[in-house]
Design a protein around this ligand. Structure first.
Ligand SMILES: O=C(O)CCC(=O)C(=O)O
Ligand SMILES: [Fe+2]
Length: 372
């Protein structure tokens, strides 16, 4: 299906949260632990312990005092400016079907359930490598609206997000019993990776999945939401629950790379995005994520040689082989992005391979969409 141009422009200011209806109080909701970034930075032991609880039990938490809100505002504006470009312009930067994620993804190019239903989300992904190399080009070119804000908006957002995620990963590194700096070495600033800043945009449609059930591929995602729609499938729960956006609170979640490297100690949890609930459903939804992902050359395997804790976890695992993927971060990510494209759709099995490590345990989560 060719992407349509009907959803390409909006006058909605995505950041004007005061104009938005409140998140409803009559939908199922899951309260995440709130982690204070200022305390984590100081290496406060109690707060680090709470982070560890969040990272091992659900793999999702709120993060307050992260200091990135001003940059987030600029990023939402950049996203709105980019989505408002004519479709022909955006299509010059479309990511294509070869497993690349940097650039623009048109609506209706990804499959959102095993039957081949198409998505309705537009996405802009800017590579960490391009933001840091600017004004040189590292990975690819971008629309004019991105270039215009690379220096003053995107680069500062990427730099600050990197600092936040690196600090959180350092804290988890030490709790995992890994030698100091082990996780940092897997995410070198200079090595090319799939790390990227993402703006996700979807039009108001009632009871529609925006992103189907998935786990994040990478290490750590730093998410900023104004409207509801994000849902988690909490271990042991039978149905999906919303994560309520709270002003000044980012949402952090761990991805598959961390689950694999830690031998399953850290959790990469299933989540999905529905159209916003209640009165919020009448509004365009924007979200913003910074994804930290391992360097392209990192082989995805459990660090059993470096941590007795991880060695023990793998030994006790029902299926230890899933922590020896035999694939590099680059290979795995490319495969996942490729398998979710409509143009590469070859039936439910291949599509499921794009959903992440957790779908193997939780088949219910990837069935046809339902609101909760
Ligand atoms: O938009 C959101 O709330 C979450 C987006 C997400 O899960 C993703 O892009 O991987
Ligand atoms: Fe995600």
């Amino acid at each position: 299906m060719a992407p349509t141009s009907t959803t390409t422009t909006t006058t909605v200011n995505p950041m004007d949260a005061t104009d938005l209806p409140p998140f409803p109080d009559d939908v199922p909701m899951h309260p995440l632990l709130v982690i204070d970034y200022a305390l984590i930075k100081e290496r406060n032991p109690e707060e680090t312990e709470r982070l560890w609880t969040a990272a091992t039990k659900l793999g999702f938490w709120y993060l307050k005092n992260h200091g990135v809100d001003e940059d987030v505002r600029g990023m939402f504006d950049m996203g709105a400016e980019t989505m408002a470009l004519p479709m022909e312009e955006k299509m010059k930067y479309e990511i294509g079907n070869e497993g690349l994620s940097f650039g623009y993804k048109a609506a209706g190019t990804n499959v959102i359930d095993p039957n081949g239903t198409l998505d309705n989300a537009q996405v802009l992904n800017v590579a960490k490598d391009d933001a840091l190399a600017w004004p040189a080009q590292a990975r690819r070119s971008y629309p004019s609206t991105v270039n215009a804000r690379m220096e003053r908006t995107i680069k500062p957002f990427v730099e600050r997000s990197l600092a936040v995620n690196n600090t959180l990963l350092d804290a988890l590194n030490d709790k995992l019993g890994l030698p100091r700096g082990t996780l940092a070495q897997l995410h070198p600033r200079e090595e090319y990776s799939a790390s990227e800043a993402r703006v996700l945009f979807s039009p108001p449609v009632v009871s529609r999945q925006v992103i189907s059930a998935h786990t994040d591929f990478g290490s750590l995602s730093f998410l900023h939401n104004r409207l509801g729609g994000l849902q988690v499938l909490v271990p042991g729960a039978e149905s999906w629950q919303y994560v309520k956006p709270i002003p000044g609170h980012a949402i952090c979640n761990l991805g598959d790379a961390m689950a694999i490297l830690s031998g399953g100690i850290l959790r990469s949890n299933l989540h999905r995005v529905m159209n916003p609930p209640g009165l919020q459903s009448a509004h365009y939804r924007f979200s913003l994520v910074y994804f930290t992902r391992p360097g392209n050359s990192v082989v995805l395997r459990a660090f059993t040689d470096s941590s007795p804790l991880i060695a023990d976890a793998v030994m006790r695992a029902p299926d230890p082989t899933k922590y020896e993927t035999g694939m590099t971060a680059f290979e795995w990510f490319t495969m996942r992005v490729k398998n979710q494209r409509m143009a590469n759709y070859k039936g439910p099995e291949k599509w499921l391979a794009s959903r992440g490590t957790e779908h193997m345990h939780t088949q219910v989560a990837v069935g046809p969409s339902s609101v909760y």
